[in-house]
Design a protein around this ligand. Structure first.
Ligand code: NAP
Ligand code: GLV
Length: 316
């Protein structure tokens, strides 16, 4: 049997992933395309595992012996939305402590930058303006982390360790020592009403798409800030821009967008209240992720339970 790598990798990504996967999966037949498999059926019957990262639509269709789809990305919203990805084959997502750490670094940077007014000072510098703004203590700043999964939990703990007043929100009740947590739709308004900085680490599902619309943004205290490091479609762009223009929000740090790359004419690029990152909050690290993907391949081969299988009904 063989492992199909179905990705949109460019040369630089292949240079990192190919040696990492070969080292993690010795003795396995790794194919970058079906053509490499050969055979009368075009190689389809040779494939029992697909390792995927933004696979081209249709890349996983017509593989009769496929038994595992292992995502090299944490978020699987695009895979679940693609009807050509076989729904009966287990789909596992990437859960890598190295990615959680990277996300915690990005979120800590963004929260510190908002709290200590570094984005405001950057604007002042561009205007040659010398003005000292009030300095607050970290334990005076309320931060809400939406989504307390692999990344949200790691970020919440990192922020709390840096002195912030952190609260969390998830679908099901979660316990994090020393931190108030809330669960379910009914609790969201209360979480937002007391959050000066909101960090979005929810998966994109039918329940969370468009969560940050005019109504929810209006629940935040005036002058609050949003950090979106999950998925762009969580935000209604026009509503966010209106909230920024009205002063309801003071700033947004956005790493993810409904359309990526962010189109050149999009108003986020030049809005003074928006910091744009090119989807880099937590990149998959091939060195560790290849080993994690290999663990599931070995589990499949040895008949053990797969790790991090996506619950298709929940959508994450
Ligand atoms: P995860 O482990 O699946 O955690 C998801 C969390 O969201 C869980 O706590 C879950 O609650 C909660 N949740 C889901 N639906 C909810 C709802 N309707 N209401 C309230 N809470 C809800 O996901 P993760 O690994 O932390 O990743 C989070 C997201 O980050 C990914 O889906 C991806 O979109 C994004 N991401 C971004 C980057 C980047 O570079 N920007 C990198 C990696 C991932 P329960 O615990 O109760 O289930
Ligand atoms: C990146 O956004 C990921 O889901 O891994």
């Amino acid at each position: 049997m063989a492992i199909l790598l179905a990705t949109d990798f460019g040369d630089a990504e292949w240079a990192a992933w190919w040696p990492a996967l070969q080292a993690a999966l010795p003795g396995e037949r790794l194919l970058r395309s079906l053509d490499e498999a050969g055979g009368a059926d075009g190689g389809a019957a040779a494939i029992d595992v697909a390792l995927v990262a933004n696979p081209p639509r249709g890349a996983l269709a017509g593989l009769p012996r496929l038994r595992l789809v292992q995502s090299l990305w944490a978020g699987v919203d695009k895979l679940l939305a693609d009807p050509t990805v076989p729904a009966e084959v287990p789909l596992a997502r990437m859960v890598d402590p190295a990615m959680n750490e990277a996300m915690a670094e990005t979120v800590l940077w963004a929260v510190l930058s908002l709290h200590r007014a570094h984005f405001a000072y950057a604007r002042q510098q561009r205007a040659h303006e010398w003005r000292q703004l009030p300095q607050r203590r970290a334990d005076e700043v309320n931060v809400a982390v939406l989504g307390l999964g692999q990344m949200g939990r790691c970020c919440a703990l990192r922020l709390a360790a840096n002195g912030y007043r952190v609260s969390g929100w998830s679908a099901r009740p979660a316990a994090i020592a020393g931190m108030p947590t809330h669960a379910g739709d009914a609790a969201l308004e209360g979480v937002l009403r007391s959050a000066e900085i909101v960090v979005n680490l929810l998966p994109l599902t039918p329940a969370t798409r468009g969560l940050f619309d005019a109504r929810r943004l209006a629940m935040l205290p005036r002058g609050a800030a949003l950090i979106n490091v999950a998925r762009g479609a969580h935000v209604v762009d026009a509503d966010l821009l209106a909230a920024l223009d009205a002063g309801q929000l003071s700033h947004a740090v956005l790493d993810v967008f409904a359309a990526e790359p962010l189109p050149p004419a999009h108003p986020f690029w030049s809005h003074p209240g928006v910091t744009v990152l090119p989807h880099v909050a937590a990149l998959t690290d091939a060195r560790s992720a290849a080993r994690i993907a290999a663990r599931n391949v070995h589990a499949l081969r040895e008949g053990r339970a797969l790790e991090n299988v996506v619950d298709r009904a929940r959508g994450y």
